[in-house]
Design a protein around this ligand. Sequence first.
Ligand code: S3P
Length: 439
Amino acid sequence: MPQPLTASPSARLSGRACVPGDKSISHRALILGALATGHTRITGLLEAEDVMATAKAVAALGAEITRSNGAFEVRGQGVGGLRAPSAALDFGNSGTGSRLMLGVVAGHDMQVKFTGDASLRRRPMGRVLAPLTAMGLQADGEAERATLPLVVRGTQDLLPIVYDLPVPSAQVKSAILLAGMHAPGRTTIVEPLATRDHTERMLAYFGGEVEIEDRGQGARAVTVCGDAELHGAAISVPGDPSSAAFMIAAALISPGSDIVVESVLMNPTRSGFIETLREMGASIEVLDRRHEGGEPVGDLRVRASALRGVSVPAERAPSMIDEYPVLACVAAFAEGETRMQGLAELKLKESDRLSATAAGLAACGVVAHVEGDDLTVEGGRGVKGGGLVATHMDHRVAMAFLTLGLGAANPVTVDDISMIATSFPGFAPLMTRLGAQLQ
Ligand code: S3P
């Protein structure tokens, strides 16, 4: 049963809030914990459906996972030490969980069926199967057009490769790095633009050998040395900047707002949204910069701001790929035009976010157009709201348009909020505590 929710124009937002743990880092902490020897203790793990699907998958493969005193303990089986599961692995809505785990299974002599929900079953798996089959993974059907459900067979005799990523994707890079941990020698991935580097950071943190080489113009080569041992470690997961994005956006567009979002991950490979908002004139101050678990973290003070439209270059896309729907909503409140370029990857997310965002804006009376891979939003004409937005099983589309509704002239309803639980359980109560009107 779809669960609709309505956001109404809100008074000022105020107070302090802590966003849940970063989704990308949470998946990786469970997976690397399973591949390490000894214990990994994870605090601040994101307890959302996507991450819990990964936890179930690594448990089905033989890692022991327990939860005590608010922390997750993983007893790993060592690199190459997992065993065949007794049933299919179901990753629900999660592209990250399924793609990274394909890299892990590649290095084990076992046959595994991967499946997921209707949204995940539409998403391309060929991008991970191409490099993984070159390393020795066997997959049924034609790798190019592969989608879940999928049966794959891994091998203990995986080959290391050098792979030029055709698209900037941290999921593909990470799948190859995880497979590379199971291959003898050096596996290198060359990425055209730097994508989120949590796998590299965490592998090094667990004692793996990782080299990073700057190839100029944003490109870099990441090399992992295989057959090395990983050692369990303590990890504290910082707040997810992609979840913080909705609070930041809501405060910027609700006049008089002044909030602090605590312990947000400040990794430069994830900071494109903040950089763009600052160019638009947003008042965002970083308080108390520090490091937690190998990652930079800070508290963000955000005040309502008069914004102006900007042009967002295509090269910035990997560092803010999940934030475009909410950026497009913020752009509706900015004076002038905001042009977001190079959004091809947005069409392949939990939904086709490029068209879902454009359609949502139109439903809210905002003029926006898609030309090729670019999205342009005409701001400063008032945001009428009043519309019903179709979320297409996409958590970020739902949260982006609820955020827009807080600043619009009339309430905005999204057709279904059930998918928000995949990344940000507690979104509505947290926003309400800051002063948002959500019913
Ligand atoms: C992620 C990488 C990105 C991002 C996703 C999480 C990750 O996907 O959109 O939400 O944790 O590696 P792509 O690798 O498809 O760009």
